[in-house]
Ligand binder design. Structure first.
Ligand code: PMM
Length: 296
């Protein structure tokens, strides 16, 4: 089991070389939902979800990220009661078994319940924007959090995929998101940022963000988590709607290696085993070049 530093600054990411040598975290996606775009409906049964959480740890996951609300493009919101009922039993059981758990939620109420139950991270895809109580909660609890680039709820987000310079705008909007979090009282050392691939971004935007990860990371100066796993822009590369899961996971693992080579802090993936290997390859390559590879 990974022992977590008190802050990521303690993790020693102070130079490019040190970042290249620090392990790239692998977060396993555990969606307890009927409608998430790749694993929806698979883990609605809590016993199945808990077993999958353990399997992901055995395959190399550092963190299991549990979500109870689908954020696939066009998805309608889940009620608070349903989200709690889906997520909390799984959080309780995996925490009791010693698994490092993150809760993927935009609701402060769900985050508070998960933190009380022992979740170590709150992964808010809205970067604290969806629920005004979220940032104060994270400040009060001192929890590590992932703040993702977000322009609005899934139902209308495709209409917001307009950029003149996607990398510059995502970086700036994330910077403002971090400023709001710090103003609310969250310590910078507790913040991980995520460019939000697929969220108000089309395929071309996603590739441009991936191509500029090294720049995004160094401009923000914070750990970066990347969630490319099985997303549409990767599926398009391997046959579109007819793509096999295996091919989508191969494409995902290839991205994981490049994300690790770009010095990012972690990847969020469904197929943990392949990406656990891929991030080692990516980090090894970037440390062998004496610093960080710049992903083209
Ligand atoms: N993507 C999804 C859900 N949660 N969280 C973070 N931090 N980053 C992401 O890219 C992200 C996320 C989309 O759905 P999925 O759970 O099926 O991958």
């Amino acid at each position: 089991m990974v022992s977590w530093p008190d802050t990521w600054a303690d993790h020693g990411h102070s130079t490019a070389q040190e970042t290249a040598e620090a392990p790239c975290q692998v977060w396993g996606v555990l969606n307890v939902t009927p409608d998430s775009f790749s694993d929806g409906g698979k883990h609605l049964d809590h016993d199945v979800a808990v077993a999958r959480g353990h399997q992901m740890v055995a395959e190399g996951a550092d963190v299991v990220d549990i979500g109870g609300e689908s954020t696939r493009p066009g998805a309608r919101r889940t009620t608070l009661e349903v989200e709690i009922a889906r997520v909390m039993p799984v959080v309780h059981r995996l925490v009791a078994d010693g698994v490092v758990v993150s809760v993927d939620t935009m609701r402060a109420h769900v985050a508070a319940a998960a933190i009380d139950a022992g979740a170590r991270f709150v992964n808010d895809v809205s970067g604290g924007a969806a629920d005004p109580a979220m940032l104060p909660l994270l400040a009060a609890t001192g929890q590590h959090c992932v703040l993702m680039h977000w322009r609005g709820h899934s139902e209308g987000m495709s209409t917001k995929a307009h950029y003149r310079d996607v990398l510059a705008e995502v970086t700036l909007e994330l910077e403002r998101c971090v400023d709001r979090a710090v103003a609310a009282g969250i310590a910078t050392e507790r913040i991980i940022v995520d460019p939000g691939l697929g969220f108000a971004k089309d395929s071309r935007h996603n590739w441009e963000v991936l191509g500029g990860l090294h720049r995004l990371r160094t401009s923000l100066g914070l750990p970066v988590l990347v969630g490319a796993s099985r997303k549409r822009f990767l599926t398009e590369m391997v046959g579109g709607a007819d793509a096999s899961l295996q091919d989508r996971d191969t494409a995902t693992a290839s991205v994981s290696a490049l994300v690790a080579a770009a010095g990012c802090w972690g990847v969020r993936v469904h197929d943990v085993r392949a990406s656990s290997i891929a991030v080692h390859v990516g980090r090894r390559m970037s440390s062998s070049t004496g610093g960080l590879a710049t992903v083209p």
